[in-house]
Design a protein around this ligand. Structure first.
Ligand code: SOE
Length: 376
């Protein structure tokens, strides 16, 4: 058994999902590699210590550059706000570390390209945490698409709806609300939520060629959590876009943090010539499937409970019929990363894969700013 010694930088919500995944993956999935939680890195060592103790990190560092110097760290997990991804990833690559980076890859595609070049020049394993690919029902959708059962694809539709920033009193910036601060996040729902939808869409349905988008910022000024000053809001609160995929199908995407009543409603639907599929994060173990070749009198939408041993990832969990949840998508991502180390095959989505999503995000924001169609 080879150890994969992890140094994680940042420890917010995603720090929790990743730490849990490192602990679970080697218990449920066979691999020659086993993650070891070697070090947690955060500016405030004292605040980070309880997190490190809870998850079993062996040490705490307060300077990520010191973490990169350590020769007992094999892989760096970048869990910081987006504006730090590039610098950390490039330095980590130079230090010869493998890198697992939170999504979106970077603030924009130009930064992403530099990151890709750095990991490729260094030849280090790299992956971006687009976890929804690894929800078994979504992985099953990919399997079904690859079997050709849907035939020609006409439509791809996705939504990611939330409602947590409706109040004008929610601040921007700081540890809890950096996602609202354009300096830290780069963009709003486009990089945070639509990036998930775009990653899944490209994976399932292929490249996106061009986009036509609109964005809105409903609350124009917010207090900055660090300065206490009211500042203009620079992120998109909501974004909708149309697109054309390379396979000729049409795409329709919407994301907002202003859909009152929706906390994290990620839905997707694909309509093909022979069949359609849809999936909903609130019912994540189900894949809805409609097959036009079913006999007329029983034709209708089936709800496939993705919990059987021959469905993606499920053979490694409980017994058929018992389901798993959100956190398992991260565990599957770690399990696949470990497998890639065993086989020498690249892990996915790689930085290069995630750069394609970043380019679509850039085109979406540019299209909205210029009020015209934009090529990716
Ligand atoms: C935002 O609220 C957020 O936590 C995203 O940052 C995650 O990537 C998404 O999966 C859930 O929502």
């Amino acid at each position: 058994m080879k150890e994969l010694r992890i140094g994680m930088i940042g420890y917010g919500f995603m720090g929790k999902t990743h730490s849990n995944a490192y602990l679970q993956a080697a218990r449920f999935f066979d691999s020659e590699h086993k993650p070891v939680l070697k070090a947690l890195c955060a500016r405030n060592q004292e605040k980070a210590q309880p997190f490190a103790d809870n998850w079993g990190y062996e040490s705490v560092e307060s300077d990520w550059r010191e973490l990169l110097k350590r020769d007992d760290i094999d892989a760096v997990d970048v869990c910081t706000p987006n504006n730090l991804h590039k610098e950390i990833a490039i330095e980590a690559a130079k230090a010869g570390k493998m890198i697992l980076c939170e999504k979106p890859l970077a603030m924009d595609a130009a930064e992403g390209e530099e990151m890709c070049q750095a990991v490729e020049a260094a030849g280090v394993a790299n992956m971006v945490w687009y976890n929804y690919r690894r929800v078994p029902a979504v992985s099953l959708a990919k399997q079904i698409l690859e079997s050709g059962k849907l035939g020609r694809i006409f439509h791809y539709r996705a939504n990611f709806l939330q409602d947590w920033t409706i109040s004008a009193d929610v601040p921007q910036g700081g540890a809890a609300t950096w996602r609202l601060d354009v300096e830290a996040a780069g963009s709003g729902v486009t990089g945070d939520l639509l990036a998930h939808c775009i990653d899944t869409a490209i994976w399932l349905n292929g490249s996106i060629n061009n986009v036509s988008a609109m964005t809105e910022t409903f609350v124009k000024e917010r207090v900055h959590a660090e300065t206490g000053e009211k500042q203009a809001v620079g992120i998109d609160d909501a974004c909708a876009f149309l697109c054309r995929f390379d396979n000729g199908s049409m795409g329709l995407f919407e994301s907002t943090r202003y859909a009152r009543g929706h906390k994290a409603l990620y839905t997707l639907e694909i309509n093909g010539e022979h069949a359609s599929m849809r999936w909903d994060l609130h019912d994540l173990h189900r894949l809805e499937y409609f097959d036009h070749s079913d006999e007329g009198i029983v034709r209708g939408w089936r709800s496939v409970h993705v919990s059987d041993g021959d469905q993606p990832y499920m053979g490694n969990w409980w017994v058929p019929g018992l389901q798993i949840g959100y956190e398992h998508s991260f565990t599957h991502q770690v399990a696949d990363f470990l497998k890639s180390l065993d086989t020498g095959e690249p892990a996915a989505p790689s930085f290069r894969d995630a750069l394609e999503t970043q380019k679509v995000c850039d085109a979406v924001l540019k299209s909205a700013a210029d009020s015209r169609w934009e090529n990716v």
